[in-house]
Design a protein around this ligand. Sequence first.
Ligand code: C5P
Length: 232
Amino acid sequence: MGKDVIVACDFESAEKTVAFLSLFKGRKPFVKIGMELFYAEGPSIVREIKARGHRIFLDLKLHDIPNTVKKAMMVLRNLDVDMCNVHAGGGSAMMRGALEGLTRPDGTRPLLIAVTQLTSTDQETLENDLLIKMPMADVVSHYARKAKEAGLDGVVCSPLEAKDVHGNCGSSFLTVTPGVRFADGSAGDQKRIMTPADAKKAGSDYIVVGRPITAAADPVAAYERCVNDFVD
Ligand code: C5P
Protein backbone atom coordinates (compact mmCIF):
# COMPACT_ATOMS: atom_id res chain seq x y z
CA MET A 1 0.00 0.00 0.00
CA GLY A 2 1.59 3.22 -1.14
CA LYS A 3 0.92 6.70 0.15
CA ASP A 4 -1.90 8.38 -1.72
CA VAL A 5 -4.32 11.27 -1.76
CA ILE A 6 -7.99 10.26 -1.61
CA VAL A 7 -10.38 12.87 -3.01
CA ALA A 8 -13.65 13.12 -1.05
CA CYS A 9 -16.32 13.51 -3.74
CA ASP A 10 -18.96 15.02 -1.48
CA PHE A 11 -21.40 15.96 -4.25
CA GLU A 12 -25.16 15.53 -4.33
CA SER A 13 -25.44 13.95 -7.78
CA ALA A 14 -23.74 11.61 -10.23
CA GLU A 15 -23.82 14.38 -12.80
CA LYS A 16 -21.76 16.75 -10.65
CA THR A 17 -19.37 13.97 -9.65
CA VAL A 18 -18.72 12.86 -13.21
CA ALA A 19 -18.26 16.48 -14.34
CA PHE A 20 -15.73 16.93 -11.50
CA LEU A 21 -13.81 13.73 -12.28
CA SER A 22 -13.74 14.62 -15.99
CA LEU A 23 -11.59 17.65 -15.10
CA PHE A 24 -8.76 15.23 -14.27
CA LYS A 25 -8.43 14.05 -17.90
CA GLY A 26 -6.06 11.06 -17.93
CA ARG A 27 -5.42 11.05 -14.16
CA LYS A 28 -7.37 8.66 -11.96
CA PRO A 29 -7.39 9.90 -8.37
CA PHE A 30 -8.40 7.52 -5.56
CA VAL A 31 -12.00 8.60 -4.87
CA LYS A 32 -14.00 8.63 -1.65
CA ILE A 33 -17.76 8.18 -1.95
CA GLY A 34 -19.50 9.26 1.22
CA MET A 35 -23.03 9.29 2.54
CA GLU A 36 -24.29 12.27 0.55
CA LEU A 37 -23.44 10.84 -2.87
CA PHE A 38 -24.26 7.21 -2.00
CA TYR A 39 -27.66 8.08 -0.53
CA ALA A 40 -28.44 10.27 -3.55
CA GLU A 41 -27.38 7.83 -6.26
CA GLY A 42 -27.12 4.38 -4.70
CA PRO A 43 -24.79 1.58 -5.82
CA SER A 44 -24.87 2.68 -9.47
CA ILE A 45 -22.51 5.59 -8.71
CA VAL A 46 -19.97 3.14 -7.29
CA ARG A 47 -20.12 1.04 -10.45
CA GLU A 48 -19.88 4.11 -12.65
CA ILE A 49 -16.78 5.51 -10.93
CA LYS A 50 -15.17 2.07 -10.84
CA ALA A 51 -15.82 1.66 -14.58
CA ARG A 52 -13.99 4.97 -15.12
CA GLY A 53 -10.91 3.35 -13.59
CA HIS A 54 -10.76 4.88 -10.10
CA ARG A 55 -10.03 3.11 -6.85
CA ILE A 56 -12.86 3.71 -4.37
CA PHE A 57 -13.08 4.22 -0.62
CA LEU A 58 -16.77 3.77 0.28
CA ASP A 59 -17.08 5.88 3.42
CA LEU A 60 -20.45 4.90 4.92
CA LYS A 61 -19.20 4.63 8.54
CA LEU A 62 -21.46 1.75 9.58
CA HIS A 63 -22.46 1.71 13.26
CA ASP A 64 -25.24 -0.67 14.38
CA ILE A 65 -25.66 -4.02 16.12
CA PRO A 66 -23.16 -6.66 14.94
CA ASN A 67 -25.68 -8.73 12.97
CA THR A 68 -27.01 -5.72 11.04
CA VAL A 69 -23.52 -4.51 10.18
CA LYS A 70 -22.45 -7.99 9.11
CA LYS A 71 -25.47 -8.31 6.79
CA ALA A 72 -24.91 -4.82 5.36
CA MET A 73 -21.27 -5.67 4.66
CA MET A 74 -22.39 -8.85 2.86
CA VAL A 75 -24.18 -6.52 0.44
CA LEU A 76 -21.31 -4.03 0.13
CA ARG A 77 -18.73 -6.74 -0.59
CA ASN A 78 -20.35 -7.21 -4.02
CA LEU A 79 -19.67 -3.61 -5.02
CA ASP A 80 -15.97 -4.15 -5.76
CA VAL A 81 -14.76 -1.15 -3.73
CA ASP A 82 -11.17 -0.99 -2.47
CA MET A 83 -11.83 0.24 1.08
CA CYS A 84 -14.80 0.66 3.39
CA ASN A 85 -15.35 1.49 7.03
CA VAL A 86 -17.24 1.27 10.33
CA HIS A 87 -17.20 3.31 13.55
CA ALA A 88 -14.89 1.70 16.13
CA GLY A 89 -17.39 3.02 18.70
CA GLY A 90 -19.71 0.19 17.64
CA GLY A 91 -17.46 -2.17 19.62
CA SER A 92 -15.30 -5.22 18.99
CA ALA A 93 -18.13 -7.65 18.17
CA MET A 94 -19.49 -5.23 15.59
CA MET A 95 -16.05 -4.80 13.99
CA ARG A 96 -15.58 -8.59 13.85
CA GLY A 97 -19.05 -8.94 12.31
CA ALA A 98 -18.19 -6.29 9.71
CA LEU A 99 -15.03 -8.16 8.73
CA GLU A 100 -16.89 -11.45 8.47
CA GLY A 101 -19.63 -9.94 6.33
CA LEU A 102 -17.17 -8.16 4.05
CA THR A 103 -15.13 -11.28 3.31
CA ARG A 104 -16.26 -12.91 0.05
CA PRO A 105 -16.67 -16.69 -0.25
CA ASP A 106 -13.28 -16.85 -2.07
CA GLY A 107 -11.57 -15.16 0.90
CA THR A 108 -10.95 -11.78 -0.79
CA ARG A 109 -12.28 -8.52 0.61
CA PRO A 110 -11.84 -4.74 0.43
CA LEU A 111 -9.69 -3.09 3.11
CA LEU A 112 -11.70 -2.44 6.28
CA ILE A 113 -10.86 0.47 8.52
CA ALA A 114 -12.50 1.95 11.62
CA VAL A 115 -13.26 5.59 12.42
CA THR A 116 -11.72 6.35 15.81
CA GLN A 117 -13.04 9.85 16.54
CA LEU A 118 -14.34 12.20 13.86
CA THR A 119 -11.91 14.95 12.95
CA SER A 120 -14.68 17.47 13.67
CA THR A 121 -14.64 16.33 17.32
CA ASP A 122 -12.37 18.25 19.66
CA GLN A 123 -11.46 17.61 23.32
CA GLU A 124 -14.39 19.67 24.59
CA THR A 125 -16.93 17.78 22.47
CA LEU A 126 -15.36 14.50 23.53
CA GLU A 127 -15.76 15.35 27.22
CA ASN A 128 -19.01 17.31 27.28
CA ASP A 129 -21.08 15.72 24.50
CA LEU A 130 -19.73 12.17 24.45
CA LEU A 131 -18.85 12.08 28.19
CA ILE A 132 -15.44 10.53 27.44
CA LYS A 133 -13.23 12.14 30.06
CA MET A 134 -9.87 11.17 28.60
CA PRO A 135 -7.30 12.86 26.37
CA MET A 136 -8.19 12.54 22.67
CA ALA A 137 -4.85 10.86 21.89
CA ASP A 138 -5.53 8.08 24.44
CA VAL A 139 -9.07 7.54 23.16
CA VAL A 140 -7.90 7.30 19.55
CA SER A 141 -5.05 4.91 20.49
CA HIS A 142 -7.44 2.68 22.44
CA TYR A 143 -9.96 2.52 19.58
CA ALA A 144 -7.11 1.79 17.15
CA ARG A 145 -5.87 -1.11 19.31
CA LYS A 146 -9.42 -2.52 19.46
CA ALA A 147 -9.73 -2.26 15.66
CA LYS A 148 -6.42 -4.07 15.25
CA GLU A 149 -7.45 -6.82 17.70
CA ALA A 150 -10.69 -7.27 15.70
CA GLY A 151 -8.59 -7.93 12.58
CA LEU A 152 -9.18 -4.65 10.74
CA ASP A 153 -6.56 -3.12 8.43
CA GLY A 154 -6.36 0.35 9.91
CA VAL A 155 -8.18 3.39 11.20
CA VAL A 156 -9.49 6.76 10.18
CA CYS A 157 -7.97 9.35 12.50
CA SER A 158 -6.56 12.86 12.40
CA PRO A 159 -3.03 13.18 11.01
CA LEU A 160 -2.20 14.52 14.50
CA GLU A 161 -2.69 10.98 15.83
CA ALA A 162 -1.05 8.98 13.00
CA LYS A 163 2.31 8.68 14.75
CA ASP A 164 0.76 7.37 17.99
CA VAL A 165 -1.41 4.88 16.11
CA HIS A 166 1.61 3.51 14.24
CA GLY A 167 3.56 3.40 17.52
CA ASN A 168 0.81 1.37 19.18
CA CYS A 169 -0.38 -0.80 16.30
CA GLY A 170 2.65 -1.11 14.02
CA SER A 171 3.71 0.72 10.88
CA SER A 172 1.71 -1.54 8.54
CA PHE A 173 -1.58 -0.70 10.31
CA LEU A 174 -3.09 1.92 7.99
CA THR A 175 -3.81 5.48 9.03
CA VAL A 176 -6.32 7.17 6.75
CA THR A 177 -6.47 10.80 7.71
CA PRO A 178 -9.08 13.46 6.88
CA GLY A 179 -8.83 16.91 8.45
CA VAL A 180 -6.26 18.08 5.90
CA ARG A 181 -5.98 21.75 5.04
CA PHE A 182 -3.48 23.91 3.16
CA ALA A 183 -1.76 26.41 5.44
CA ASP A 184 -3.47 29.23 3.49
CA GLY A 185 -6.95 27.58 3.43
CA SER A 186 -9.97 27.63 5.76
CA ALA A 187 -10.62 24.88 8.35
CA GLY A 188 -14.44 24.85 7.93
CA ASP A 189 -15.98 22.44 10.45
CA GLN A 190 -12.77 20.43 10.89
CA LYS A 191 -11.07 20.86 14.27
CA ARG A 192 -8.06 18.49 14.28
CA ILE A 193 -6.20 19.53 11.14
CA MET A 194 -2.77 19.41 9.47
CA THR A 195 -1.28 20.38 6.10
CA PRO A 196 -0.50 17.65 3.52
CA ALA A 197 3.25 18.16 4.11
CA ASP A 198 2.87 17.78 7.88
CA ALA A 199 0.60 14.74 7.43
CA LYS A 200 3.42 13.17 5.41
CA LYS A 201 5.91 13.91 8.20
CA ALA A 202 3.47 12.46 10.74
CA GLY A 203 3.38 9.19 8.76
CA SER A 204 -0.22 9.19 7.44
CA ASP A 205 -0.70 6.46 4.83
CA TYR A 206 -3.57 8.16 3.01
CA ILE A 207 -4.88 11.69 3.30
CA VAL A 208 -8.57 12.27 2.57
CA VAL A 209 -9.11 15.72 1.10
CA GLY A 210 -12.51 17.16 0.23
CA ARG A 211 -13.25 20.87 0.10
CA PRO A 212 -9.64 22.07 -0.33
CA ILE A 213 -9.83 20.28 -3.73
CA THR A 214 -13.55 20.20 -4.64
CA ALA A 215 -14.16 23.87 -3.77
CA ALA A 216 -10.87 25.15 -5.24
CA ALA A 217 -10.93 27.49 -8.22
CA ASP A 218 -8.70 24.93 -9.96
CA PRO A 219 -9.41 21.49 -8.44
CA VAL A 220 -6.78 19.69 -10.53
CA ALA A 221 -4.08 22.14 -9.43
CA ALA A 222 -5.20 21.74 -5.79
CA TYR A 223 -5.03 17.93 -6.17
CA GLU A 224 -1.54 18.17 -7.73
CA ARG A 225 -0.47 20.39 -4.83
CA CYS A 226 -1.65 17.73 -2.35
CA VAL A 227 0.16 14.97 -4.27
CA ASN A 228 3.36 17.03 -4.46
CA ASP A 229 3.28 17.88 -0.76
CA PHE A 230 2.17 14.44 0.49
CA VAL A 231 3.38 11.77 -1.92
CA ASP A 232 6.36 13.03 -3.92
O1 C5P B 1 -14.03 18.67 2.94
P1 C5P B 1 -13.16 17.93 3.91
O2 C5P B 1 -11.69 17.88 3.47
O3 C5P B 1 -13.32 18.38 5.34
O4 C5P B 1 -13.67 16.41 3.80
C1 C5P B 1 -13.26 15.41 4.67
C2 C5P B 1 -14.00 14.16 4.33
O5 C5P B 1 -13.57 13.12 5.22
C3 C5P B 1 -15.51 14.26 4.48
O6 C5P B 1 -16.08 13.49 3.42
C4 C5P B 1 -15.81 13.62 5.82
O7 C5P B 1 -17.05 12.95 5.82
C5 C5P B 1 -14.67 12.60 5.95
N1 C5P B 1 -14.28 12.24 7.32
C6 C5P B 1 -13.82 13.17 8.24
N2 C5P B 1 -13.46 12.76 9.52
C7 C5P B 1 -13.52 11.48 9.86
C8 C5P B 1 -13.97 10.52 8.93
C9 C5P B 1 -14.33 10.95 7.65
O8 C5P B 1 -13.75 14.34 7.92
N3 C5P B 1 -13.10 11.08 11.05
